[in-house]
Design a protein around this ligand. Sequence first.
Ligand code: FE2
Ligand code: FE2
Length: 317
Amino acid sequence: MTLEMVQESELLEGFDATIAHNQRIEPRDWMPEGYRKTLIRQIAQHAHSEIIGMQPEGNWITSSPSLRRKAILLAKVQDEAGHGMYLYSAAETLGVDRAELTERLLSGAQKYSSIFNYPTLTYADMGTIGWLVDGAAICNQVPLCRSSYGPYGRAMIRVCKEESFHQRQGFELLMTMMRGTEEQRAMVQESVNRWWWPSLMMFGPPDDDSPNTAQSMAWGIKRHTNDELRQRFVDMSVPQAEVLGVTLPDPDLRWNAERESHDFGAPDWSELMDVIKGNGLCNAERIANRRKAHEDGAWVREAATAFALKNAKESVA
Ligand SMILES: [Fe+2]
Ligand SMILES: [Fe+2]
């Protein structure tokens, strides 16, 4: 064994002990390359999802039915921008550059959540996204507050607090519509019919098809499997649907007393794979918008760089 190999095995021992004691890995700590790469991929994908996720709802800000609804939606969409910023910063602590991550998003080398490739067709979708999409995000993200990587776990604490506001505003919007006219109730039901299955897909493929889960759990990056989180989401949503008075579009959905959980049907996994491959209804539009926003912002980045250089020169002089 070379000296380098001995050092590396000692470092790995220290890293494993930190994880085993449920303590956190911080940016300056040694970490295996695989851990670093997995985290960069996961945090970047999460950051991209927050930023792209502004588009489906952003389209409706100017069509909000009242000033109150507009203020709520605007605040929510701005929160998502903030989540993206925290997460890009967390990714940068792993030694990647934000500009590089944006490039990877625009080139398709890195993904974002497939849910944002579905169109928003009615204002009821603003409520359903808050209720189901942000609700699924909460199920996914609450355990990430205990992620083994410090900057990611800490970013998640604030993000989750804001996500819970998003979920409640969505539920409240739907509740208001359900107390309205027959037409409004039908609009809510139609919206829930479209978003239910894509929301279940947000937890990723079934555990049998999720080869990276075991390693991510061993590293404390992930705390539960995709199927566990999906089950938790279904069990949480069923009573909420009852309160709202909407029907979840799954004929196989029923309480299983033995398991003390709901049985439910399988989403169309081929649809998920197809959307991930780029064939969803809005994939091209979402990336084209993001690219244009990035290009339109070039002058801001140039001005900020010039200003920083000028300040640095002045402080030296
Ligand atoms: Fe968010
Ligand atoms: Fe959100």
